[in-house]
Design a protein around this ligand. Structure first.
Ligand code: Z5A
Length: 210
């Protein structure tokens, strides 16, 4: 059966390079796969991504707007891309999903978890990833890596305390989740990739794929 696999973590954790490695694993098993990113992944969700990554034409983005836009983009992506792919038997490999909202808007911004639950219920119902790989990184190191790519965007400029809270929230959530693996992303990139590949291989085996 097709599965929804998600890679989560703070900026600079190495999600992009891990996703490349995971895609190669799925290809080696001849598993058809759709790659997604959040926020984004449909024309409307990509437009929303532009709105949340920067102040909108100089207008400050409130944290409530940020939260609502994350769920609006997610709803578009889940209904128009992820569920259709899974229904057609393709796996989906996601760069972030709902746990990012819990960590950033819940943990980081301090929006009550009950508000997130209400939005989640409304937009996603009981839809959840089948497997989550969390890349754990100290935000000081992660942001240092992200900075090598150029200027930090609006969310990346939220300050180190914001990212520390997001990290703590990620760690708490992952500890309570089934079908989730945490990897120390401060290790060398090839070691992180190796551990991610091993975790996905183990999950694939549980799905009865040869
Ligand atoms: N966001 C939110 O607030 N709420 C939500 O619900 C959702 C998202 C879904 C999305 O931006 C932003 O939206 C994000 C969270 C928020 N904002 N922040 N801040 P994005 O998609 O553009 O950002 P990202 O997902 O964090 O991407 P990223 O910075 O590219 O992170 P990454 O993919 O994990 O990193 P990378 O591109 O693989 O690596 C970054 C650099 O580090 C690169 O030069 C690598 O070569 C290097 N790297 C990676 N791993 C290593 C190791 N192990 N050693 C050395 N160097 C490494």
């Amino acid at each position: 059966m097709a599965a929804f696999v998600v890679v989560e973590g703070l900026e600079g954790a190495g999600k992009s390079s891990v996703i490349d490695a995971l895609k190669r694993v799925l290809d080696s098993h001849s598993i058809a796969v759709e790659l997604t990113r959040e926020p984004g992944g449909t024309p409307m969700a990509e437009a929303i991504r532009d709105c949340v990554k920067h102040d909108w034409q100089g207008e400050r983005v409130t944290q409530e707007t940020e939260l609502l836009l994350m769920y609006a983009a997610r709803s578009q992506l889940v209904e128009n891309v992820i569920k259709p792919a899974l229904n057609q038997g393709r796996w989906v490999l996601g760069d972030r999903h709902d746990l990012s909202s819990v960590a950033y808007q819940g943990g980081g911004r301090g929006i009550p978890i009950e508000s997130l639950r209400t939005l989640r219920r409304m937009t996603l119902g009981d839809f959840v990833p089948d497997f989550t790989l969390y890349l754990d990184i100290d935000p000081v190191l992660g942001l240092e890596r992200a900075r090598t790519r150029g200027e930090l965007d609006r969310i990346e400029q939220s300050g180190i305390a914001f990212f520390q809270r997001a990290r703590q929230c990620y760690q708490r959530m992952i500890a309570d989740m089934e079908n989730a693996v945490s990897i120390d992303a401060s290790q060398a990139i090839d070691v992180v990739q190796e551990q991610a590949v091993a975790a996905l291989e183990a999950f694939i085996t549980t799905q009865g794929v040869s």
